[in-house]
Design a binder for this molecule. Structure first.
Ligand code: HEC
Length: 309
């Protein structure tokens, strides 16, 4: 419809036409932005999503195994060992965590003679990093230090664009799993660059990484990490990149928000409380004003209980 014709219409119709046109334009704009920034990571299913979300313990334990055997070769995870036994997390047994910590050596000191010494780690210690410092990590990785992963699942997010960002403005419906979606997509996003795209020597092409050139080589492949076996001798879940990336993403979501379960539980209790409270308020208001209403309708009058008018 041409602009000229729009002005020949009655004011009401004109207003409506303009509103529809504006909405369509916004939609078009949203789609254009998403295309420019590369594909939006596909939305995955997570046990910890939604109002009643909880972590899957077995998944968190597998995720930690992936971290330990693969990601920890480059990345740091600044959390104390003991949190791995904490409620709401992977919930390893305390003895398991003590054993795990003792397999790491770290430098302590000085002792009475003033010397630094090595000792096995304890549950209260932070998980040590494979590199002595950032510079060592960067020089081993083509000049870019691998970021610490403990809060990466919260640090990576993206706009969902119109119209879904309207839904995200509503606190309880807000989608909060963009981080894990991104980690899953990133680990599955290595592919050949499109024709004409030049990848520098120190980088790798990844469909989901902003700018597409990432300093991290494809870190994990099918069959690389051994998973717990069921009674039939087969792994309980597939040993594939698809599964590994779900498990490590869930684990990193826990490390970024160790109290997620408690928060969601509390949120739900608060909702119930507000519901009961709203009902009580309504009921009390009705009770207090009951006689005032009666008088107005000409019923046998008693002295008004409510505020004086
Ligand atoms: C060979 C070393 C190496 C291994 C192994 C490795 N990474 Fe990385 N990773 C890197 C480097 C280097 C970067 C920085 C990339 C950049 O800035 O271009 C990085 C970046 C990342 C990022 C951040 C991407 C962003 O948006 O900034 C995530 C998430 C990540 N790695 C996850 C993992 C996970 C999960 C694993 C284990 C499955 C893993 N990495 C294993 C080297 C590694």
């Amino acid at each position: 419809m041409s602009v000229v014709r729009a002005f020949e219409m009655s004011p009401m119709v004109r207003l409506r036409t303009l509103a529809v046109a504006a909405a369509l334009a916004t939609l078009g704009l949203g789609a254009a932005q998403a295309a420019e920034g590369g594909p939006v990571p596909p939305r995955e299913k997570w046990t910890f999503g939604g109002v009643f979300g909880t972590f899957d313990r077995a998944q968190l334990q597998r995720g930690f195994k992936v971290y330990r055997e693969v990601c920890s070769n480059c990345h740091q995870l600044r959390i104390p060992f003991r949190t791995l036994a904490q409620k709401g997390g992977p919930e390893f047994a305390v003895a398991q965590v003590t054993q795990l910590a003792s397999e790491y050596k770290l430098q302590d000191g000085p002792n009475e003679a003033g010397d630094m010494f090595e000792r096995p780690a304890r549950p209260a210690d932070f998980i040590p990093w494979a590199f002595a410092n950032e510079n060592a990590a960067a020089s081993a990785n083509g000049g870019k230090a691998p970021p610490a992963l403990q809060v990466i699942a919260k640090a990576r997010s993206y706009e969902r664009g119109f119209p879904l960002f309207l839904v995200d403005a509503i606190p309880f419906l807000q989608y909060q799993e963009q981080g894990p979606d991104y980690i899953h997509a990133l680990l599955n996003g290595y592919e050949d660059p499109p024709e004409g795209f030049k990848v520098p020597d120190s980088g790798y092409y990844n469909k989901y990484y902003p700018g597409h050139v990432i300093a991290m080589p494809k870190p994990i492949n099918d069959g690389q990490v051994e998973y717990p076996k069921g009674q039939d001798g087969k792994p309980v879940v597939p040993e594939t990149v698809e599964q590994y990336s779900h498990d490590i993403a869930a684990f990193l979501m826990w490390s970024a928000e160790p109290h997620l379960e408690a928060r969601k539980r509390l949120g739900f209790i608060v909702l119930i409380f507000l519901g009961v409270f709203a009902y009580l308020l309504h009921y009390v208001k009705k009770k207090v004003w009951a006689d005032v209403g009666g008088e107005a309708e000409g019923l046998p009058g008693t002295a008004p209980l409510g505020p004086t008018r």
